[in-house]
Design a protein around this ligand. Structure first.
Ligand code: AVJ
Length: 322
């Protein structure tokens, strides 16, 4: 544990460095080929995602912010007072502000984030705004159970905050595993507030992942740019195209990079052939119904104790307890 600035105590659980090359070689050897979406978020990718959230078609962030703001009084009533707020990911700050402003007397704030730079930047901003909230950032991988630092004002009840429908990026079995880890991190009497994008008219969902300005396409293709830079692969970025289609049956956006010609790609001295039209899987964004989310939570040993949906039923917040 190190004191980074007054009032900020970092727990550094040193997540093992990502083996990008290993993950990419494994993904390209699979049928169909896949690449992990977690590698979208280099510096440029994170900026492109922020830009996506401002595109007119990408309703998720706007609807969730409005829902959180409108529901905050009712959320504050349902959450056990004097919460130790534990956010999965460091967030853009706006949702965190709404939550910390609206809760009754939160004692501590712990973002859990794998990037130390993003983690420290976010708590340094928040420390000034919330002098009475102890900042206890943890550098770790939140898909594993995380031992939490104990606030100096006492071991309050934990409220895990996982907004943005980021859960939707995980395959159902992985989402279940993540929720199980969350249940352990929450501990006895803990709660979790989770944002989920809800199933709706496919055209609306597909538009959100195919914005007219092409920001989402740039975001997807940036994965190849960053791999070329960071692991020395030679993807010809102009010979791939972004494609995002909603599968009603699986209730998820399936994002692919489609090869625009027969071509070879070399990664770490190994060659991979792509056929013209071959689609490589790069991201899933699962959507939920009330029933499908409650069932997922139940498989992880969690119960939905309160729910809030926006007036159009596009996006939901769920309060879970063990
Ligand atoms: C940040 C994971 C919530 O899946 O909607 C946005 C990422 N991908 N557009 C999502 C994303 C394409 C986003 N999450």
């Amino acid at each position: 544990t190190v004191t980074v600035a007054s009032k900020i105590t970092l727990s550094d659980l040193q997540p093992s460095a990502d083996d990008i090359t290993g993950d990419v070689l494994a993904g390209l050897s699979a049928t169909p080929k896949t690449l992990p979406s977690k590698y979208f978020y280099d510096e440029h990718g994170s900026r492109l995602f922020e830009q996506i959230t401002r595109e007119p078609e990408y309703y998720l962030t706007r609807v969730e912010l409005d829902l959180l703001e409108a529901s905050m009084p009712s959320i504050a009533e349902a959450v056990t007072p004097r919460a130790h707020v534990v956010e999965y990911g460091s967030g853009s700050g706006r949702k965190t502000h709404l939550l910390l402003d609206g809760l009754a007397d939160p004692v501590a704030y712990t973002p859990i984030e794998i990037s130390r730079t993003a983690l420290l930047a976010s708590v340094e901003r928040l420390a000034d705004a919330y002098p009475d909230v102890e900042m206890l950032p943890v550098c770790a991988d939140f898909t594993q159970p995380v031992p939490l630092p104990i606030p100096s004002r006492g071991n309050g009840h934990v409220l895990v905050f996982f907004p943005g429908s980021t859960l939707g990026n995980f395959l159902p079995a992985d989402a279940e595993r993540l929720l199980r880890s969350m249940r352990e991190t929450m501990g006895a009497g803990g709660q979790a507030l989770i944002g989920i994008d809800l199933d709706k008219e496919p055209a609306l969902i597909e538009a959100a992942y195919n914005d007219a300005a092409g920001v989402t396409a740039d975001f997807t293709l940036n994965l190849l740019v960053r791999l070329n830079r960071d692991i020395g692969s030679d993807f010809d970025v102009d010979s791939f195209a972004h494609r995002a289609v909603y599968s009603r049956e699986r209730m998820r956006i399936e994002t692919h990079l489609v090869s625009l010609r027969d071509q070879q790609v070399t990664v770490a001295g190994r060659q991979f052939s792509f056929l013209d039209g071959e689609a490589m899987e790069v991201e899933y964004s699962h959507k939920y119904t009330d029933a499908s989310f409650a069932a997922l939570a139940a498989r992880a040993g969690l119960r939905v104790i309160e729910r809030w949906n926006d007036p159009k039923g596009w996006f939901g917040l769920r309060l879970l307890a063990a």
